[in-house]
Design a protein around this ligand. Structure first.
Ligand SMILES: O=P(O)(O)OC[C@H]1O[C@H](OP(=O)(O)OP(=O)(O)O)[C@H](O)[C@@H]1O
Ligand SMILES: Nc1ncnc2[nH]cnc12
Length: 175
């Protein structure tokens, strides 16, 4: 894959000022997903960067699902979907946390992660890191091991990677 193709794909991310609230510059990946070549390049790059020994992908609702499902399929791995509250019939564990905007809760489904299983966390954007830190807590509570975090875009000024110490964070682009 050429870095030009990847750069072109990343260039499709739309920046929306003051969404969902004043002062937030929202990074919208919708145009990337809508472009077949860009979507493929992005998924392939994230799949290629999964840490060796990863045996499942954990994806975070909602944008993380899109990427996580494609990456898991491309890599021949299982997919664990960490969900927002009220969606799962059987919850293993739940964690609440603060976002760049507002607060949120995530839940891990029962019978997904096995003790000792090595999982990579996938999402679109790493901002404050609250979401991936909560997901790490869910994984580790179930006895899983986080091999790494993979995102398209990292907002470095929010220092999200500091919220997951000891975990390798890979971003296709950092801003
Ligand atoms: O690093 P953080 O500060 O935790 O923020 C990053 C999270 O915020 C966004 O999700 P959002 O909760 O907006 O939900 P969505 O994917 O359903 O749009 C994004 O998709 C990440 O999951
Ligand atoms: N600025 C941002 N753009 C897109 N998703 C986000 N999640 C948290 N902050 C975000």
């Amino acid at each position: 894959m050429s870095s030009t193709a990847l750069d072109g794909a990343l260039g499709l991310i739309r920046e929306v000022p003051d969404f969902p609230e004043p002062g937030v510059l929202f990074r919208d990946i919708s145009p990337v997903l809508a472009d077949p070549a860009a979507f493929r390049v992005l998924v392939d790059a994230m799949a290629a960067g999964l840490p060796a020994g990863t045996d499942a992908v954990v994806a975070i609702e909602a944008r993380g699902f899109i990427l996580g499902a494609a990456i898991a399929y491309a890599s021949g791995l299982g997919l664990v979907c960490v969900r927002k509250p009220g969606k799962l019939p059987a919850v293993r564990h739940r964690v609440s946390y603060a976002l760049e905007y507002g607060t949120a809760t995530l839940e891990l489904p029962e019978d997904t992660i096995r003790a000792g299983q090595r999982v990579a966390i996938v999402d679109d954007v790493l901002a404050t890191g609250g979401t991936v830190a909560a997901t790490r807590e869910l994984v580790e509570h179930a006895g899983g091991i986080v091999t790494g975090v993979s995102v398209i875009l990292e907002l470095a000024f929010l220092k999200g990677r500091d919220r997951v110490p000891g975990v390798d964070v890979t971003a296709l682009v950092t801003t």
